[in-house]
Write a protein that binds this ligand. Structure first.
Ligand code: CAA
Length: 283
């Protein structure tokens, strides 16, 4: 199948980044969010990022204008009736995702592929909310989407080979590196990353070292671009906790138990950069 028109559901940090890479690669994109303010914010973000590409000489002004011209703001999920591929990047909540997928199943054309950018929820369960589980797949982008090369492509139990191949080809056309993963909690990326972050939080909790020093060990000692606690703030501590809980519920082992300090920070509303405070303070 030849994908031409894409709908991205959710105009937050991930959704707007995903829309940006699709328009930059020549796709027509409906960017949907039911919250008007979030939609405006997402579009402003894309505009600013395209401008930066022009300023850095990586894109001509005409290319940026053409890309931006391919972006259509959408407040109605029914705009999915024009989509060949939908990438859902809404909040990490199974009930909300199931509801969105049921609606998309009704309003998108029969050939459309329904992908989710979920960071850890089971694709198979989301697919079961539709009448087209063969056409449901995980397409997991990393943050910041325009910069990070990886897209994890997750097959649900029923995902067809044709759909997998179409999504793989599409990811390559975005200049991303697709990696095939089976449907297990946290896939590969977050099964490895988030327990490492959780362990760094345990190190703070147990007084092993300061926040800054733990981060320095990992940046200077392991060449990570960001220390785990800076990265946790960047991802959002609420998201980190949600993923740890998904790993704990799905895999059962006590090694996935969220650190009590992580729970405490989330309860305090210190959920990272987006809240102005996490392990660090942001002004
Ligand atoms: N959107 C778009 N571009 C961005 C950006 C953003 N939010 N943040 C940074 N960039 C761009 C910058 O503009 C810059 O581009 P140029 O080369 O054109 O100047 C480039 O990225 C490098 O940025 P900086 O020089 O400002 O800073 P840096 O060298 O420290 O890089 C970083 C920033 C790319 C974010 C780097 O710190 C990094 O790779 N951090 C780790 C990110 C990571 O691990 N992401 C995965 C998170 S987990 C996830 O996404 C999965 C999940 O489900 C939770």
């Amino acid at each position: 199948m030849n994908v031409k028109t894409v709908m991205v559901v959710g105009a937050g940090q991930m959704g707007s980044g995903i829309a940006q890479v699709f328009i930059s690669a020549g796709y027509d994109v409906y960017l949907h969010d039911k919250a008007e303010s979030q939609l405006e914010k997402g579009i402003d973000n894309i505009k600013a990022n395209l401008k930066r590409q022009v300023d850095k000489g990586r894109m001509k002004q005409t290319e940026a204008d053409e890309a931006f011209g391919r972006l259509v703001p959408s407040s109605e999920l029914e705009d999915g009736s024009k989509a060949d591929l939908v990438v859902e990047a809404a909040i990490e909540n199974m009930d909300i995702k199931k509801d969105i997928f049921q609606q998309l199943d009704e309003c998108t054309p029969p050939h459309a592929i329904l992908a989710t950018n979920t960071s850890s929820l089971p694709i198979t369960e989301i697919a079961a909310a539709t009448l087209r589980p063969k056409q449901v797949i995980g397409m997991h982008f990393m943050n910041p989407v325009p910069v990070m090369k990886l897209v994890e492509i997750i097959r649900g139990l029923a995902t067809s080979d044709d759909v997998f191949q179409t999504v793989q080809t599409t990811a390559l056309s975005l200049q991303k590196k697709p990696v095939e993963v089976n449907d297990f909690p946290g896939f590969v990326s977050n099964r490895v990353l988030i327990p490492m972050i959780n362990e760094a939080i345990y190190a703070v909790h147990e007084g092993v070292a300061s926040v800054e020093d733990i981060d320095q060990v990992m940046t200077l000692g392991m060449n990570h671009p960001m220390g785990p606690l800076t990265l946790a703030d960047f991802i959002g501590l609420d998201t980190c906790l949600y993923i740890m809980e998904t790993l704990h519920d799905g895999l059962g082992d006590d090694k996935y138990r969220p650190c009590p300090l992580l729970r405490k920070y989330v309860k305090a509303g210190w959920i990272g950069k987006k809240a102005g405070r996490g392990f660090y303070q942001y002004h």
